[in-house]
Design a protein around this ligand. Structure first.
Ligand code: LLP
Length: 432
């Protein structure tokens, strides 16, 4: 009935998430409110873990891409499931460290890491640093030398694969700000230089072709291209690349019309390609990493709002305005992302209308969505927007000096605060 498996309706006709009544959650914690279902986060982690083990054995690890949803509680949960972490800034690293995450299982990303970020990553001893460009390599060498350390690195490679997804979230093609290009020889030159670096150890290669991708073919293609490059490095430089990170990007169901492949199918097909190519190219099977973010966090989360105004513009549209908007839900204004919405206190009723759900920011484009099928919504109703667990809280802002909402985790009907709602004093905290 709903896009995410953790959503249901209780005897009161209210929407539930992970067994908790969303109308009660809205009452208890206020709105807007992010709600994450711990059990579904754990289940998604296990699905990834189990299928990597099933199809590729124990030479593989899942790193949760914490840009999708980073807070200490999320780090604790994915860490306790045995996952590693892909962190993309000093802030994400710091969050993980403070949550007690095993730093040796962290891959540190970023296309323009600052010296401060590199120094911090080296000092805490992250598992590897994914180097994006040659000047970063030089800076990292200097920083590692200063600290008397020899960090493991991977190179981020643009494999030249064009994934079919929104332009803003494509990353594997040559015209991208991320990584070293293969076609131009840039990547090979960088590898040649890195193999003789004294202060870093070239451990692996990384690629990530984009996000919200449904088709498995581009992942298979990317794996082939990367393995051919690993073989070239072995044959021409006599150097063995041990780790291969194939990135994240697995598409999820935001609407009932979306039909993503189960992750197991992805892992089976990609594992087969890796095994066959390694044999063909006569190279050892690398240690494989994957970095899912959205597919772990998004289906586990919803956002709750309270309806304020209802505006019917005859023959044009009906606006349902809610107490949040682009500050907590920026994906519509950025990518025209579509979501399923439900009137949480009328979840048993038919969706009889198609409405525009509008935010409260001073901006016409501040919408949660247009043409959204919805139950008849009036002032005071609670609206749940589904599958918002990724890239909503993590991309939220204080635009219009709005306070960021709280994040609540539910577990088998029980709820607890993971991130407190910002106060007005938080808003002026750094003002002098
Ligand atoms: N690894 C790397 C290097 C990445 O850049 C990303 C996402 C991931 C892994 C995780 O991808 P996922 O499994 O979550 O698709 N803000 C956009 C998505 C940006 C994705 C950026 N990189 C959105 O809201 O759709």
């Amino acid at each position: 009935m709903f896009v995410s498996e953790n959503l249901s309706v209780n005897e009161k006709g209210n929407l539930t998430i992970g067994g908790a009544d969303t109308v009660e959650l809205a009452k208890e914690y206020g709105t807007p409110l992010y709600v994450m279902d711990e059990q579904l986060v754990r289940k998604n982690c296990r699905r990834f873990n189990e299928s990597i083990r099933k199809f590729y054995g124990d030479k593989g690890r899942v790193h949760y891409a914490s840009k999708a949803m980073s807070c200490m509680e999320m780090c604790r949960i994915v860490g306790s499931e045995g996952l590693g972490l892909d962190a993309v800034s000093i802030g994400e690293l710091y969050t993980a460290v403070k949550a007690g995450f095993d730093v040796s299982k962290i891959g540190f990303h970023g296309n323009n890491k600052t010296d401060e970020e590199l120094a911090y990553a080296v000092s805490i001893g992250v598992g590897h640093i994914i180097v994006d460009n040659i000047s970063e390599l030089h800076r990292l060498e200097r920083i590692a030398k200063e600290q008397g350390k020899r960090p493991h690195i991977m190179f981020r490679i643009k494999p030249g694969i064009d994934a079919h997804t929104h332009d803003f979230v494509k990353t594997g093609q040559i015209d991208s700000k991320f990584g070293f290009a293969l076609e131009t020889g840039e990547a090979y030159e960088a590898v040649k230089e890195a193999v003789s670096c004294e202060n870093v150890e070239l451990y692996g290669l990384h690629c990530h072709i984009g996000s919200q991708i449904f088709d498995i073919d581009p992942f298979e293609e990317a794996a082939k291209v990367m393995l051919e490059f690993i073989a070239k490095i072995k044959n021409e430089l006599d150097y063995e690349i041990q780790g291969l990170n194939l990135g994240g990007g697995f598409g999820i169901k935001y609407l009932n019309s979306h039909d993503p492949q189960p992750f197991e199918v992805f892992m089976e097909r990609v594992s087969e390609v890796v095994k066959a190519e390694c044999e063909k190219l006569n190279i050892s099977r690398p240690f494989i990493y994957i970095e899912p973010g959205r597919s772990i966090a998004a289906p586990a989360g919803i956002t709750l709002y309270t309806v304020g105004a209802r505006k019917e513009i005859p023959n044009i549209r009906t606006y349902i305005s809610v107490d949040g908007g682009m500050a907590d839900s920026p994906r519509y204004i950025l990518y025209k992302s579509e979501y399923e919405a439900v009137v949480a206190n009328k979840a048993n009723e038919e969706r009889t209308e198609k409405v525009t759900i509008a935010g409260k920011c001073c901006e016409s484009g501040d919408l949660i969505g247009e043409n959204m099928p919805l139950q008849h919504a009036e002032s005071g109703d609670i609206i749940a927007v589904c599958a918002t667990g990724a890239y909503n809280y993590s991309m939220s802002s204080n635009y219009n000096r709005l306070q960021k909402p709280a994040v609540v985790f539910v577990n088998d009907g029980e709820s607890r605060i993971a991130v407190k709602r910002e106060t007005l004093d938080d808003i002026i905290r750094n003002d002098v």
